[in-house]
Design a protein around this ligand. Structure first.
Ligand SMILES: O=C(O)c1ccccc1N[C@@H]1O[C@H](COP(=O)(O)O)[C@@H](O)[C@H]1O
Length: 210
């Protein structure tokens, strides 16, 4: 079965639901403009509820070193980076001694090629839709990219798929793209930043049935 990540979790009830659903990873968002934002202090008691064997992932957008250190102190074990300048990913991976994921926006084949190069030291390349220029968030926008691009230009490395996934399309995405992991934020919400336990369970069933 393809593994899945439930991203942007903010309450104990949703942590428990994500664990019960079989999520391999749970994401905590540390980007202040996001409706899913948590401070490291607020995230720490939630992160502590995640059992061993389930990955605790921090979503970070071009963070400074203090924020990275703070999320690690809060109990995070995987660092997911968006919008990091070229070269900084390797430095972050080395300095903080944690697995790193590189999230990259895709609209064209060239984006996939550039992301594959940039992801060099990353444990996972997470391909998401490229955010529109005026979007306040680089991810979490509920937008999918054209997955057919991956049939033409498949990254020669481990990659995950994010962006606009939900109960209605995740099985198709898995069959069509065969990613190592699928990642969802807004597709299991009933309002901006408000997760639905029912939708999380339905998403998990759709992944299992794919
Ligand atoms: O979710 C957010 O608010 C967010 C903010 C900044 C960077 C990344 C963010 N989320 C990531 O985007 C994917 C896809 O989101 P969606 O399913 O399309 O809503 C999400 O899983 C996070 O990895």
């Amino acid at each position: 079965m393809t593994s899945f990540k439930i991203c942007g979790v903010k309450t104990p009830e949703v942590v428990h639901a994500a664990v019960a659903s079989g999520a391999a990873h749970i994401g905590f968002n540390f980007f202040p403009p996001s409706p899913r934002f948590l401070s490291p202090a607020d995230a720490a008691p939630l992160i502590a509820l995640v059992p061993a064997g389930v990955g605790r992932v921090a979503v970070l957008v071009d963070p400074d070193d203090d924020l990275v250190a703070a999320v690690i102190a809060a109990g995070i074990d995987i660092l997911q980076f968006h919008n990091v300048p070229p070269g900084r990913l390797a430095a972050l991976a080395q300095r903080h001694g944690r697995p790193v994921w590189l999230a990259a926006g895709v609209k064209t084949r060239a984006d996939i090629e550039a992301a594959t190069k940039a992801a060099g030291p990353a444990d996972l390349l997470l391909l998401d839709a490229k955010a529109p220029n005026d979007a306040p968030l680089p991810g979490g926008n509920g937008l999918a990219f054209d997955w057919r691009l991956l049939a033409e230009t498949r990254p020669q490395r481990r990659f995950g798929l994010a962006g606009g996934l939900g109960i209605h399309n995740v099985a198709d995405a898995i069959r069509q793209v065969a990613p190592a992991l699928v990642d969802v934020a807004s597709g299991v919400e009933e309002g901006a930043g408000v997760k639905s336990v029912e939708k999380i369970m339905a998403f998990a069933s759709a992944v299992r049935d794919a």
